[in-house]
Ligand binder design. Structure first.
Ligand SMILES: *[C@@H]1O[C@H](CO)[C@@H](O)[C@H](O)[C@H]1NC(C)=O
Ligand SMILES: *[C@@H]1O[C@H](CO)[C@@H](O)[C@H](O)[C@H]1NC(C)=O
Length: 463
């Protein structure tokens, strides 16, 4: 009792109303989609007056006041060297896929910690103090080693990768496997007996594997770079105070949540901004509507086999709609007249365009959320990870159909497109599916929930 009273007293005493905090962001994952999401959070904190230091492979392109980048250099080159064949991974089983991702994380940890950037941050030991550490700890637990060297400030773990089971473990969130579809399995919240069994077994195996194989590797990497005497990631993670996961009730299934687990799905979404002229013109003139086709940031079009590319081209040439295709090479032999290519396309702003009537996507979580937000139905071609389960969620909501990659043909593409565009079950742009509340998720979450939750951490971080 005395201890609690002291704590309460100290908490009240220390709160410095309205003051800015110094926040360290550890965002080491070499995947552009992770950064689209984590960046939204860090920039929103800067905009609210905090000072932020971010360790990541994706520095801001232009300098931002009160925002310091420490770059994990060459991370993308290194992960590309390992030649993960994302397209080929579409035929892996869920377990193989999961294990591949753990391995991916181990490699990224090893070269990430060896980077000059990470070493620069290690060298700040005893020189810098942070009020809070926010870490994307989806797969790279070795970076938790930074927590003790900066004096154990409170830690918030975040992930754009839906809500992996270990995030529940961090804060003791219940995982009721009879209706909580664990992890990335393509089941809904209404599972058959066999699905529930598979759900239970795979869930248990993933946690077992993480605990007995993955974490010891992380501990070893941390020992190598932080010294033998500092606490290990497998211990430090038990100190995580709060987690924020990328799920939202409009798309994901119902599940119980403890107060320390906050769902911030869609955090990265903004209303559509002005498009570059060529894109705007192409979409404005699409009288029959426009289809946006992008397989995200991991699967490159060049990884698609020529027969699949031909299947898309043949199918698109028969459609009255215009097609905007994210294609990474300079040319595409046999490109039909109604198809426009772009290496880098502002996806969120394109989906917001009123003429876009269909999104052909790999059904990554961020893309699925953007589609829902902007009211565009989808044809989903899942390859890896959570994509299978995301398209299932969209299908269950009646806003998408799945197209299987390895049996893909001109006919299957046309069938999928016609199912969505020609069927009244799927919403038209006129009656938007907008399941997200109209106000920005980010403002809602940062404005209210964030303040209350960081207060629990004996910190006053406004906004
Ligand atoms: C940077 O942060 C300080 C407080 O730490 C604040 O006074 C200042 O206005 C911020 N600058 C900008 C450009 O946001
Ligand atoms: C957990 O946090 C407490 C309080 O800051 C600290 O004393 C302890 O060493 C931390 N544990 C680990 C394993 O870092």
């Amino acid at each position: 009792m005395i201890r609690w009273l002291t704590l309460l007293f100290l908490t009240g005493w220390n709160v410095n109303h309205g003051s800015a905090a110094k926040i360290l962001g550890l965002m080491p994952t070499p995947s552009p989609s992770h950064h689209i999401w984590t960046r939204a959070l860090m920039l929103a904190l800067v905009a609210r007056g905090h000072r932020v230091t971010v360790l990541s492979p994706d520095p801001e392109k232009r300098p931002v006041a009160n925002h310091t980048d420490i770059v994990i250099e060459k991370a993308y080159e290194k992960i590309a060297d390992s030649e993960y064949e994302y397209a080929a991974m579409s035929t892996q089983t869920f377990l193989e896929n999961t294990l591949t991702w753990f391995h991916w994380g181990q490699e990224a940890c090893e070269f990430g910690m060896a980077s000059e950037g990470a070493q620069k941050l290690v060298a700040l030991k005893d020189k810098e103090v942070f009020d809070l550490i926010i870490i994307d700890v989806t797969l790279e637990e070795c970076f938790l080693g930074f927590v003790p060297i900066f004096g154990n400030p409170p830690v918030i773990a975040i992930t754009p990768y839906v809500s992996p089971p270990w995030f529940s473990t961090f804060v003791g969130n219940p995982q009721i496997l009879s209706f909580t579809n664990s992890y990335i399995l393509p089941f809904t919240d209404h599972m058959t007996f066999l699905q529930r069994m598979a759900n239970f077994m795979i869930h248990s195996y993933v946690l077992y594997y993480r605990h007995f194989h993955h974490l010891p590797i992380m501990d070893n990497i941390a020992k190598k770079y932080f010294g033998k005497s500092t606490p290990l990631p497998s211990e430090i993670e038990k100190n995580i105070s709060l987690v924020m996961v990328n799920t939202h009730f409009s798309l994901d299934y119902p599940r119980p949540l403890v107060p320390a687990m906050i769902t911030v799905g869609g955090l990265h979404i903004t209303p559509g901004r002005e498009l570059p002229n060529d894109l705007k013109h192409f979409l404005d003139e699409a009288k029959e509507g426009a289809i946006f086709f992008s397989l995200g940031t991991n699967v490159k079009s060049s990884q698609m086999s020529p027969d699949k590319v031909k299947a898309f081209l043949d199918a698109f040439s028969e459609l009255p709609q215009r097609v905007l295709w994210k294609w990474e090479s300079d040319s595409l032999p046999g490109q039909p007249k109604n198809v426009m290519l772009g290496k880098w396309l502002p996806q969120n702003d394109i989906l917001a365009h009123p003429n876009v009537c269909l999104f052909i996507t790999h059904a990554g979580m961020l893309s699925s959320q953007e589609a829902i937000f902007h009211g565009v139905p989808v044809v989903g071609i899942p390859f890896i990870a959570d994509q299978f389960s995301n398209i299932m969620k969209l299908a269950k909501r009646g806003v998408g159909v799945e197209l299987v990659y390895h049996t893909l043909s001109k006919q299957s593409v046309l069938d999928a497109v016609h199912t969505v565009l020609g069927n009244h079950r799927y919403p038209k742009k006129e009656h938007k599916i907008q399941a997200y509340p109209a106000l920005s998720i980010r403002d809602r979450f940062l404005g209210v929930e964030f303040v209350t939750t960081v207060k629990i951490l004996n910190l006053e971080i406004r906004g």
